[in-house]
Design a protein around this ligand. Structure first.
Ligand code: BES
Ligand code: MN
Ligand code: ZN
Length: 504
């Protein structure tokens, strides 16, 4: 879908979107909305009066063929109370409008954007974030639905955002649009099935980022053997698809001095997690195609940052393996030697993500000496028990980094909730036979002990771990995302970088 910005002209045809705020329990149109209403003989005001629409955020009202035959429909979307409108509310309105129009036969729509009185958000922000919300809602993974009828697919291909000053809105949107490209990339990767996307093909996908001047290096099995990645390689050894480690670098920051030190993001990329010999039950196992969600976010984030030419040096690392049971698979009880030199007793082959990250994290800090590392992983079912789908779990050895991540999450609507790290939990993964074991032997706290395991491989670098198992996939969807892969994490980390780590 294309988005274009222009000055307001009263639309004569097609679909029109109007914004309304909530005012003393009655909806209130903007001045532009009122002139449009006048041009259609007051049918919008009459429809508003006859409906239960209050202008609340997330609400919408559709008025078909309002008094003039060339205007097919008017979609009124609510912003809530004028004084409380935020970026996120504007995005929600865009998403709701797209969802309504996607069900119609209109291929084009015009939205008249004007900040309501007392609104703290300027018209440019309102316009750009409305457009972002609409764009985010438009993503659909339908490439394998070959028999879907054309008339059942959304037809909307263009939204004209009309606003008094189009130039600043257009400028603002350009950056947001690059981030949306990153989100779509992530959604696409998590949606692809595991017969299509496995370590080699996912590495190829990452290589394509070189078109955006991202430097991409792929470490194959031999290279990782030579380096001594015993933890990551152990997970992959049961699969017909050999593992890969991809290093992506975007150098948009200073070449030397203090600002040159990179920030780093590390993703779990288990392209399918059968559990291995500690095999998972068959019910729901298909979900484990998105066990590369952390890697998907890192790739989408690199795309977003490169796409908007972020002034920062970034390293993105993804560890790619398929976890399968076979005659060559790792067994429960095996002891492997990680790249850090620490030995690991693998008590459960289904606790594989932490093994992959152990080597990826150690490699990241050793080679790049980053300012900080943030890893993302669909790491534990336990985080879904704890937080459900409304927060991702946050663990960190650094209070400032944790606070910055939490704030960035609130700003973009990708919420994090911090959980503890503590020596008492760390003790739960001491092994009798090796330096550490990959699961605790009872005692609960599954997400925390997983994080403690990772912490043993960060070598005291400022670090945060995001357990995204509950937020990577949504069967329900939201106002700004159709059901499926969410892309959770791309906007959050883009915001973290934009707010704190870009040079001016
Ligand atoms: N990939 C899973 C975690 C997961 C579960 C993600 C459900 C998304 C939805 C992870 O590799 C795993 O299997 N974890 C085990 C750990 C256990 C063996 C200690 C789990 O959570 O059951
Ligand atoms: Mn597993
Ligand atoms: Zn897994």
């Amino acid at each position: 879908m294309r988005i274009a910005f222009s000055k307001p002209t009263l639309p004569e045809k097609g679909a029109v979107i109007l914004l309304a705020s909530e005012d003393k329990s009655a909806p209130k149109l903007t001045a532009l909305g009122r002139s449009l209403d006048k041009s259609v003989g007051g049918s919008v005001a009459r429809a508003l009066a006859a409906s239960r629409f209050k202008g609340r955020k997330g609400q919408s009202l559709i008025i078909l063929a309002p008094g003039r035959k060339d205007i097919s429909r008017v979609v009124v979307v609510g912003l809530g109370k004028a004084g409380e409108v935020t970026d996120l509310i504007a995005e929600r309105a865009g998403g709701v409008a797209y969802a309504e129009l996607g069900k119609s036969d209109d291929s084009r729509a015009v939205v008249l954007v004007e900040a309501p009185r007392h609104c703290k958000l300027g018209a440019s922000d309102l316009a750009a974030h409305f457009a972002l919300g609409a764009r985010l809602r438009s993503y659909r993974f339908d490439k394998y639905r070959t028999k879907e009828k054309k008339e059942d697919k959304p037809k909307l291909v263009r939204i004209d955002v009309q606003v008094a000053e189009p130039a600043p809105a257009r400028r603002l949107f350009a950056g947001l649009d690059a981030v949306a490209d990153g989100v779509f990339h992530t959604r696409e990767l998590v949606s692809e099935p595991a017969n299509v996307l496995y370590p080699q093909t996912l590495a190829q996908e990452a290589r394509k980022l070189s078109r955006l001047d991202v430097r991409v290096e792929v470490l194959d099995e031999n290279k990782m053997k030579a380096l001594g990645f015993g933890a990551l390689l152990g997970v992959g050894q049961g699969s017909a698809h050999p593992p890969r480690l991809v290093v992506m670098r975007w150098n948009g920051g200073p070449r030397r001095g203090k600002g040159a030190q990179p920030v780093a993001f590390v993703g779990k990329g288990v392209t399918f997690d059968s559990g291995g010999i500690s095999i998972k039950p068959s019910r729901g196992m298909e979900d484990m195609k998105w066990d590369m969600g952390g890697a998907g976010v890192v790739i989408g984030l690199m795309r977003a940052l490169a796409g908007r030419s972020a002034r920062v040096n970034v390293v993105g690392i993804v560890g790619l393996v398929e976890n399968m049971p076979s005659a060559t698979a790792q067994r429960p009880g095996d002891i492997v030697k990680s790249y850090s030199g620490q030995t690991i007793e693998v008590l459960n082959t289904d606790a594989e993500g932490r093994l992959v990250l152990a080597d990826a994290l150690w490699y990241c800090q050793k080679r790049f000496k980053p300012k900080f590392m943030v890893d993302l992983a669909t790491l534990t079912g336990a985080i879904i028990v704890t937080l459900g789908a409304h927060h991702a779990g946050l663990f960190s050895n650094d209070d400032e980094l944790a606070a910055r991540l939490t704030d960035a999450g609130l700003a973009v609507g990708e919420k994090l909730w911090r959980l503890p790290l503590d020596a008492a939990y760390d003790k739960m993964i001491d092994s009798k036979a090796a330096d550490v074991q990959n699961i605790s032997s009872g005692g609960g706290a599954g997400s925390i002990t997983a994080a403690q395991f990772l912490q043993r491989f960060v070598n005291k670098v400022p670090w945060a771990h995001l357990d995204i198992a509950g937020v990577t996939w949504s069967t329900k969807g939201s106002d700004t995302a159709a059901p499926g892969g969410t892309g959770f994490g791309v906007r959050l980390l883009d915001r973290l970088v934009a707010d704190h780590y870009e040079s001016r």
